[in-house]
Design a protein. Structure first.
Length: 131
């Protein structure tokens, strides 16, 4: 009898940008881990050059600083900031600073992207691609 844990079966969370967001430990593609260590991946047969994903557990509260900076929906907005940071290879705190200091029009010119929300009852999920 094996004592090894059985692998979690992959499950599709959403379909977006011609691919799927899946909770899966082994599929290749842009990925993000939630606070409990579960891996979420954007999986597609298309080119993945400019796609990013970020996941946060709804059950984990945002820090006071993040809530002050981004408001009541701080964790949902944070996933979008993380996606932009991944897409443009810029630290997330720099993207956060830009969100706070630039007008929406200037920010959109600096970080052009299409970001879609794929939230579930348990997670905030954002996936984006360069615009």
């Amino acid at each position: 009898m094996s004592t090894a844990a059985s692998p979690i079966k992959s499950r599709t969370i959403a379909q977006v940008f011609g691919g799927e967001i899946r909770q899966d430990a082994t599929l290749s593609g842009p990925a993000s881990y939630d606070g409990a260590g579960r891996r979420f991946v954007f999986h597609t047969e298309m080119s993945l050059e400019a796609v990013a994903i970020d996941v946060e557990l709804r059950s984990e509260p945002a820090s006071a600083q993040l809530t002050k900076a981004l408001g009541e929906d701080a964790l949902a907005r944070w996933t979008e900031i993380e996606v932009l940071a991944k897409l443009y290879d810029v630290p997330a705190h720099i993207v956060l600073t830009q969100v706070q200091s630039l007008s929406p029009q200037v920010f959109a010119q600096k970080f052009p992207a299409e970001i879609l929300r794929c939230d579930t009852a348990s997670h905030f999920i954002a996936v984006g691609r360069k615009g």
